[in-house]
Design a protein. Structure first.
Length: 118
């Protein structure tokens, strides 16, 4: 006879239950996050100025730029934080990752690669 997950969880010690719940939260997908804030792919696409198909593909990707992930999270009203954790050290919060920096002004004299025309 099959056992229900809720029944199995209820039999575990409270600290173990909390650990499992915390780990389950870490494994949330982008789709899960979007659904948790009750937004559709169309809602998100409008907020980001892209098509719904772009959101669908984004939610299926296993790798993306941090700036893309930041825009996705912020369009839902969240904030993306990147934390580096090392043994025997406090966590390090990394700022300025994926932020769009203002373009640097180039001087009138531009450097050229060797062999390119002026």
């Amino acid at each position: 006879m099959a056992r229900k997950l809720d029944d199995v969880m209820a039999q575990l010690p409270a600290p173990r239950q909390a650990g499992i719940e915390a780990r389950a939260q870490e494994l949330a997908s982008l789709k899960d996050l979007r659904q948790a804030v009750e937004q559709t792919q169309e809602d998100l696409a409008t907020a980001l100025g892209v098509g719904q198909d772009t959101i669908s593909r984004l939610e299926k990707r296993s790798d993306m730029l941090l700036s893309t992930l930041r825009r996705y999270i912020e369009s839902m009203g969240g904030k993306l934080e990147l934390v580096a954790q090392f043994p025997n050290r406090p966590p390090v919060f990394i700022d300025q990752i994926g932020e769009v920096a203002a373009p640097h002004r180039r001087s009138a004299k531009r450097s050229r690669l060797p062999g390119t025309a002026a």
